[in-house]
Design a protein around this ligand. Structure first.
Ligand SMILES: *Cc1c(COP(=O)(O)O)cnc(C)c1O
Length: 391
C-alpha cells in the first residue's frame, strides 16, 4: 500500500450532533488559501488560527460565564491570576495609579505591592468596606480600583454601590474580582462595574482539577486591549481544562445552593460551641456588614465561613489534626470542604501585629464548605473542637 498524507484531518460527517462539547486540542488550524486567512484576520469570516490566540473550548466556556455575569465578549485565560494580570498590566501604563482593597487575594496584593510599582505604576490599598477610605486613596492619575465583594478571610463586604458611584464621578474604572461571591450572589455589572473577573479554578469549575480565569469588560475597546495583551503574553487556557470547567459549570448553581445552605448551618452550629471565640458569616446578625449582605447579596451568605478558636497555635494544630475528612488545603470552592489557616498560609508574610490588625489570630480558620452530608460534616467539626478544647 502506498503511503498517504493524513493532514489536515477530516472529521467524519454526521447528521446528528454531539450533546457535549468535543475537546479540541489542535494548536493550529489549516486554511485553504491566503485569501481565506485574510478574511479571518480581517474579521470578515470567523475561525481559529493558532490556539494561543483562541480555541473552541475557551470560546464555549467564556460564553457560558458571560451568560452568568450578563455580559458578552469575555475571555477565558490560563488562571485567575492571568485574569488579574490582563487587567492590571494590560490596561495601565507608567505614571498611572491603582487603588486596591486591603484584603485582596494574596497574589493580587503582591502584584499591587511589588510588580506594579516596579513598572512605574503606583498603588494604594484601602478598606473597601468604607467608601470614604477609597475616596481618600483616589488621585488625579488613578486609573482603576480593584475590589473583591467579600474579603478574604474576614468576610467583610465592600461598599460596591458607593465605590461604583465614586469611580463614575472621578473617572476611574471599577474592577471586581467576583470569585468569592459568584454571579449567583451578585452581578457586579448591574452595580456599575466596568470589568469583572473570576478565578474559574474555584467555585465555577468547582472540582479542584482545572486552573482557569475569566475576564470581561463592558467596553469592547477595553476588552480588545486585554485580549491582545493576553494573547501576546501567552495567558492561554488549556482546552482540556476548559472542557473540565464547562462540565463543572453545569452543576454550579446546585452546588452553590447546597454549599451555601450547609455553610449557614455550620456557622450557626459553630457559634454555639465551647472553645469557639467568634464566627464570621455575612448574613449572621453578629456580622458587622450583615445589612449590606442582606441587600447587596440578597441574603446569600455564600459557602465561606470563618471562625476563631480560643487559644493559639496548639489549639489550631489539634483542631486541624482531629477534623478528619476536611482537607487542610489553601483553596476554596471545591466539592469537598477545605480548611485554611491564614496565619500559616495566605497571611504568613504579615507580622503578628499586622495580622492582629485584620483580626487574624493563630486560632483563625477559614472554611470553604463543600457538598458533604451536612450532619457528617458537623460531626467532623465537633471532633476538631473537642480536640482543640483538650489541647
Ligand atoms: C484563587 C483566587 C485568585 C487566583 O486564581 P488562580 O486561578 O489560582 O490563579 C484570584 N482571586 C481570588 C479571589 C481567588 O480566590
Amino acid at each position: 500500500m502506498k503511503p498517504t498524507i493524513q493532514r489536515p484531518v477530516t472529521i467524519p460527517d454526521s447528521l446528528s450532533t454531539p450533546v457535549i462539547t468535543p475537546i479540541m486540542p489542535s494548536v493550529v488550524y489549516a486554511s485553504r488559501t491566503p485569501d481565506e486567512l485574510d478574511s479571518q484576520y480581517e474579521g470578515r469570516a470567523s475561525g481559529y488560527t493558532y490556539a494561543r490566540e483562541g480555541h473552541p473550548n475557551a470560546s464555549v466556556l467564556a460564553a457560558r460565564i458571560d451568560a452568568l455575569e450578563g455580559v458578552s465578549g469575555g475571555i477565558v485565560l490560563g488562571s485567575g491570576m492571568a485574569a488579574v494580570t490582563a487587567v492590571l498590566l494590560g490596561l495601565t501604563k507608567a505614571g498611572d495609579h491603582v487603588v486596591g482593597g486591603d484584603q485582596l487575594y494574596g497574589r493580587s496584593l503582591r502584584m499591587m505591592a511589588e510588580d506594579l510599582p516596579r513598572l512605574g505604576i503606583t498603588t494604594t490599598l484601602a478598606d473597601v468596606s468604607d467608601v470614604e477610605a477609597v475616596e481618600a486613596a483616589f488621585r488625579p492619575e488613578t486609573r482603576m480600583v480593584l475590589i473583591e465583594v467579600v474579603s478574604n478571610p474576614t468576610l467583610r463586604l465592600a461598599d460596591l454601590d458607593g465605590i461604583a458611584a465614586l469611580c463614575k464621578s472621578k473617572g476611574g474604572l471599577l474592577v471586581v474580582d467576583n470569585t468569592f461571591t459568584t454571579p449567583l450572589a451578585v452581578k457586579p455589572f448591574e452595580h456599575g462595574a466596568d470589568i469583572v473577573l473570576h478565578s474559574v479554578t474555584k467555585l465555577l469549575a468547582g472540582h479542584s482539577d482545572a486552573t482557569l480565569g475569566w475576564v470581561a469588560a463592558k467596553d469592547p475597546e477595553l476588552m480588545q486591549r486585554m485580549n491582545v495583551f493576553a494573547v501576546t503574553t501567552g495567558m492561554t487556557a488549556s482546552p482540556f481544562d476548559c472542557w473540565l470547567a464547562e462540565r463543572g459549570l453545569a452543576t454550579f448553581p446546585i452546588r452553590f445552593q447546597r454549599a451555601q445552605e450547609t455553610a449557614k448551618r455550620l456557622a450557626d452550629h459553630l457559634a454555639g460551641q465551647a472553645g469557639v471565640a467568634k464566627v464570621l458569616y455575612p448574613t449572621r446578625s453578629d456580622h458587622p456588614d450583615m445589612s449590606r449582605a442582606q441587600s447587596l447579596l440578597q441574603g446569600q451568605g455564600g459557602n465561606m465561613v470563618s471562625f476563631i478558636l480560643d487559644g493559639g497555635r496548639a489549639q489550631a494544630n489539634a483542631f486541624a489534626h482531629a477534623a478528619k475528612g476536611i482537607a487542610f488545603a489553601p483553596t476554596l470552592g471545591d466539592v469537598g470542604t477545605t480548611l485554611s489557616h491564614p496565619a500559616s498560609s495566605s497571611h504568613r508574610a504579615l507580622t503578628p501585629e499586622g495580622r492582629a490588625a485584620l483580626g487574624i489570630t493563630e486560632g483563625f480558620f477559614r472554611v470553604s464548605v463543600g457538598l458533604e452530608d451536612p450532619e457528617a460534616l458537623l460531626a467532623c467539626f465537633d471532633d476538631g473542637l473537642s480536640a482543640a478544647r483538650s489541647a
